[in-house]
Design a protein around this ligand. Structure first.
Ligand code: UDX
Length: 458
């Protein structure tokens, strides 16, 4: 079978037709960030995909051509594959399982009370699969699940005494919000964890276009694939916490963290990525995955001191940035008008989960400040958390008459602010640049009182 595939791949390469010969029938369960990108991208690879979700509202929106999340390029990818007849949406989860050979689980795994990942949605899906097994199925996790979940899913399905064979597999996602579509279509690597040849061959078919283009395709056992995801995210989180701590030292000794990071990053063994200091990492992955990894390790008697330290440093960083803003205002924020620019946990997403903006807004409200906030995409989500602050539609409206401006997210629109114009609009030129978007010398020349992360004395 493998040989045949290689022959077909060469033929496909020569005549450069789409690789429909390998196309699989796939059900993706869970149509959130991960599931929707996964479904659309697998359809783009030529597979026939149904995206399933129990939320009727979400499926109705998708069937009406609307995308429930902001993710650049996703709308076009979805529309293109709907038109091509390769992508559909449905609430009929059981039917979707029965009609497809490959089932990808992409439901949420929220924080449990004790730092563990809560697997109630994954478990529920596993039960539904067990109840609807009507032939061989490959059940592959795409959600970030604790190491050992492949085995757990197998046990749940087996409780239903299925009359048919099935395999479990792990295919961790490494998608960044805001660039999830290119991350999926042009990945650094695809990792699959399998324990049978049949499962491996199905996943090789699913990802045939990427294998053909020589993207690294790593095949491991299931726990290894599950561990790769956590190990990668915890390492990246550690890199960020490391540079954030170094930035604190730079502030004290007059060093410039921008060049410290650059000088470090030029060493190929270190690399320059993820060495940008900021207000602390947030999002749906790093905070949750680092905690879950520490928890899994602890339940196995292993102490991950480095990951724990990265988590602590990140929590401190969020306070540190708030403290810096308050110090710029001589610790007197009561009655002050503060403009908060950027609410999302990073640019190019509407996601506010664990965003440092939350900590800062909370502290400002507690201190009695009036908060005006702006974000190109995340306003509606933040309104649910803080319904009583003012949300503006433009940067100009937000900063007008402000006693201080705090930059939290590195949106292009914020990074390209005309500082001289901004200075004319604010009441007092005080700026907390928590993303190091602006050169200290320029701010100083314009007469701003400012602070940043690790470049305050430059
Ligand atoms: C991350 C991983 O990158 C991705 O592989 C995984 O599958 C999901 O989690 P994401 O959370 O979307 O993706 O965002 P990412 O771009 O990794 O940024 C995470 C956080 O780190 C953000 O808060 C960002 O602002 C912060 N960050 C990132 C920094 O503070 N400095 C950096 O140098 C890089």
């Amino acid at each position: 079978m493998k040989k045949n595939r290689q022959v077909l791949l060469s033929v496909v390469f020569l005549i450069s037709t789409p690789i429909y010969s390998f196309a699989k029938d796939i059900a993706v369960i869970g149509t959130g960030y991960v599931g929707l990108v996964l479904g659309a991208a697998l359809a783009e690879f030529g597979n026939k995909v149904v995206c399933l979700d129990i939320s009727k509202d979400k499926i109705d929106m998708l069937n009406n051509g609307q995308i429930p999340i902001y993710e650049p390029g996703l709308d076009k990818l979805v529309a293109k594959n709907i038109d091509a007849g390769r992508l559909t949406f449905s609430t009929k989860v059981a039917e979707g399982i029965r009609n497809n050979e490959a089932i990808f689980i992409a439901v949420g795994t929220p924080f449990g009370d004790d730092g563990s990942a809560d697997l109630k949605y994954v478990d529920a899906v596993a039960h539904t699969i067990g109840e609807n097994l009507n032939g061989y199925k490959l059940v592959c996790t795409k959600s970030t699940v604790p190491i050992g979940t492949g085995k757990r899913i197998r046990n749940i399905i087996e409780q239903h005494n299925p009359a048919y064979e099935f395999d479990t597999a792990s295919n961790p996602e490494f998608l960044r919000e805001g660039s999830a579509v290119p991350d999926f279509l042009e990945p650094d690597r695809v990792v699959i964890g399998v324990d049978s040849q049949r499962a491996q061959e199905i996943l090789e078919d699913v990802y045939a276009p990427l294998i053909e283009k020589n993207y690294p395709f790593l095949v491991t056992n299931i726990p290894t694939a599950e561990a790769i995801k956590y190990a990668s995210n915890a390492f990246l989180a550690t890199k960020i916490s490391y540079i954030n701590e170094l930035a604190k030292l730079c502030d004290k000794v007059g060093a410039d963290v921008k060049f410290v990071a650059k000088g470090m990053g030029l060493d190929k063994r270190i690399g320059g990525a993820f060495l940008y200091p900021g207000p602390g990492y947030g999002g749906s992955c790093f905070p949750k995955d680092t905690e879950a990894l520490v928890y899994t390790a602890a339940t196995n008697g292993v102490h991950l001191d480095i990951v724990k330290a990265a988590i602590d440093a990140n929590n401190h960083q969020k306070h540190h940035v708030t403290r810096k803003l308050f110090e710029l205002l001589d610790n007197d924020v009561k009655g002050k008008n503060i403009a908060v620019l950027g609410l999302a946990f990073k640019a190019n997403t509407d996601d506010i989960r664990y965003s440092p903006a939350i900590n800062i807004i909370k502290a400002l409200i507690n201190g009695g400040a009036h908060v005006k906030a702006f974000d190109p995409e995340a306003t509606e989500n933040m309104k649910e958390l803080f319904p009583h602050i003012s949300y503006m539609n433009s940067i100009d409206e937000t900063v007008k008459g402000a006693d201080a401006v705090a930059i939290i997210t590195e949106w292009d629109e914020i990074a390209s602010i005309d500082l001289a114009h901004l200075k004319k609009l604010v009441k007092t030129p005080i700026l907390m640049d928590a993303r190091n978007l602006f050169e200290p010398q320029i701010l100083r020349n314009l007469g701003f009182k400012f602070d940043n992360i690790g470049r305050s004395h430059i």
